[in-house]
Ligand binder design. Structure first.
Ligand SMILES: Cc1cc2nc3c(=O)[nH]c(=O)nc-3n(C[C@H](O)[C@H](O)[C@H](O)COP(=O)(O)OP(=O)(O)OC[C@H]3O[C@@H](n4cnc5c(N)ncnc54)[C@H](O)[C@@H]3O)c2cc1C
Length: 469
């Protein structure tokens, strides 16, 4: 059995941040993920906004970790070699609700958000020409940003691996036993041992807590549905546009993704823990509400519907340690959890250190970012193709992804094997045709690279075969 100092359970953004933070401090740790790849829970389906921090109530964990996380993101993305779009965020309103916008501004000041500005109609409509006509005033927060949540999570996990950590996927923790100072953590027949555990299991937080007798946190689940428009709509909005938030959440937004698509959503529907379906009701809610902030989007350009599940516990995050143990848990990490994750990790790792976890001198190894041929100048691309002709073979025409990039992704530190895992890394099947043309080629490349028959290639985890013999 492999022994580790720390086992992090759950490879979403929170677990990946904890894992990366630990490995950079020389700690021998393992990230255990139940699915076939990291970033398979809420982390793969959210708005991808690094929030500025005016929304959470002052003196909450949400406010504290939102602000700190927002500060950590630019340097973290630079270190990981992933993009961050420092576009700011905009909350918009009509004249009647100006006072509510002011409340948000004051709250932002109280939380310590830097650089916010109330913007009047003329400047606002110049910044965002597609705002709805009745929008008179906006709150601009320049520290708001947009990232790719799944790629950031993958990059953090890869960074942990190149810095000495271990990631085990398809490891759904179902048993934890105490053996002296150590925990024996099992998933079916497989087991590892560790002195510390951090539970970052998202929707599965209470199930993991139950395995060690930690308290059950009251949780509720709220689905957020989205429509994704193709890249031809780039520029429809230049930054996330929020309506004024309500008790139900931040409302329906229009926002750019880091890759140049436009996203509309999310809804807020109470749901079962793993319900990521999108229905007519959700689509209608998006369509009727988004036009309160922006002009009518072009729905002929919708290429994908998807949903993510918020895990909510009252009004704040839950970040605790089970008394007299080395078991730490996070629960109810809903929005702004993506933003807060690096700060939550910093906090948890420091707590474990105070509890006796040793840090060691460690020579940091930078993760190697994926090559993106579409972003290369002609000369560099020519040289690359000369060295390896696979970078000259386009597989995904919509996103212009080459065979070389797909092979790189397959041989990357977590050795992903599923089509969706490759998609999240280098984007084949992400474009207008959603794999209509390139999916068979992607399957062939995975099969050849991994020496398996094509019919064994999975879409996303066990029992998701694409081809039937
Ligand atoms: C619709 C929506 C929009 C959002 N927008 C934003 C936003 O713009 N900005 C922002 O800051 N936040 C946003 N959030 C919140 C953010 O997405 C979450 O806070 C964050 O992704 C939570 O990460 P996590 O690591 O806690 O959970 P998850 O990403 O769900 O990860 C938990 C992981 O644990 C694994 N797991 C579960 N049980 C086990 C087990 N027994 N053994 C092993 N592994 C297990 C799961 O497979 C999963 O991979 C949004 C959320 C939603 C749903």
């Amino acid at each position: 059995m492999q022994n580790f100092e720390v086992a992090v359970i759950g490879g979403g953004i929170v677990g990946a941040c904890v894992f990366s933070e630990l490995t950079r401090k020389g700690v021998n740790c393992v990230l255990l993920e139940g699915a076939s790849d990291v970033s398979n829970g809420a982390t793969k389906a959210n708005s991808g906004i690094v929030h500025a921090g005016y929304d959470p109530q002052p003196n909450t964990l949400k406010a504290k970790f939102n602000i700190r996380g927002n500060q950590l993101y630019p340097a973290m993305c630079a270190r990981l070699g992933v993009s961050i779009l420092q576009c700011g965020t905009l909350v918009v309103s009509n004249e009647e609700n100006r006072a509510n916008l002011r409340v948000l501004y004051e709250r932002g000041l109280q939380n310590g958000v830097q650089g916010m500005r109330i913007i009047e109609r003329a400047e606002l409509h110049k910044m965002e020409p597609n705002l709805a006509d009745n929008i008179d005033v906006g709150l601009f927060a320049p520290t708001g940003a947009v990232i790719s949540p799944y790629l950031t999570c993958i990059a953090l996990s890869e960074e942990g691996v190149v810095n000495g950590g271990t990631v085990i996927t398809n490891f759904k923790v179902d048993k934890i036993e105490k053996n002296g100072e150590n925990y024996i953590i099992s998933a079916g027949e497989q087991s590892v041992s560790a002195n510390f555990i951090v539970n970052c299991a998202g929707v599965g937080a209470n199930e993991v807590n139950a395995l060690v007798g930690a308290r059950q946190v009251p949780l509720s689940f709220v689905k957020g549905e989205y429509l994704l428009l193709d890249k031809s709509q780039k520029g429809f909005v230049n930054r996330p546009i929020f309506p004024l938030p309500t008790k139900m959440g931040k409302g329906i937004l229009a926002l750019p993704t880091i890759h140049g698509n436009i996203m509309l959503g999310p809804t807020a529907q109470p749901c079962e823990p793993n319900d990521t379906t999108v229905d007519d009701e959700g689509i209608s809610a998006i369509k009727s509400k988004v036009i309160l902030s922006v002009k009518q989007p072009n729905y002929r350009k919708v290429i994908k519907l998807f949903a993510g599940v918020r895990v909510i516990s009252g009004d704040d995050f839950v970040i605790e340690k089970m008394p007299n143990s080395h078991f730490y848990f996070t629960a109810g990490i809903c929005s702004p959890g993506l933003t807060a994750a690096p700060a939550i990790a910093e906090y948890l790792v420091e707590k474990m250190h105070e509890d006796g976890l040793e840090f060691r001198e460690h020579k940091f190894v930078a993760r190697k970012p994926y090559i993106s041929t579409v972003d290369m100048d002609k000369k560099s691309l020519k040289e690359l193709i000369k060295k390896n002709s696979a970078y000259g073979k386009i597989v995904c025409r919509c996103e212009r992804i080459t065979e070389g990039e797909i092979i790189d992704a397959l041989n990357s530190p977590l050795h992903p094997t599923d089509v969706d895992a490759i998609k999240r890394r280098v984007r084949p099947t992400m474009g207008r045709c959603q794999g209509g043309f390139c999916l068979p080629k992607v399957i062939r490349i995975i099969a050849e690279n991994n020496h398996i028959p094509p019919e064994n290639v999975q879409l996303n985890g066990e029992n998701s075969k694409i081809l039937i013999k």
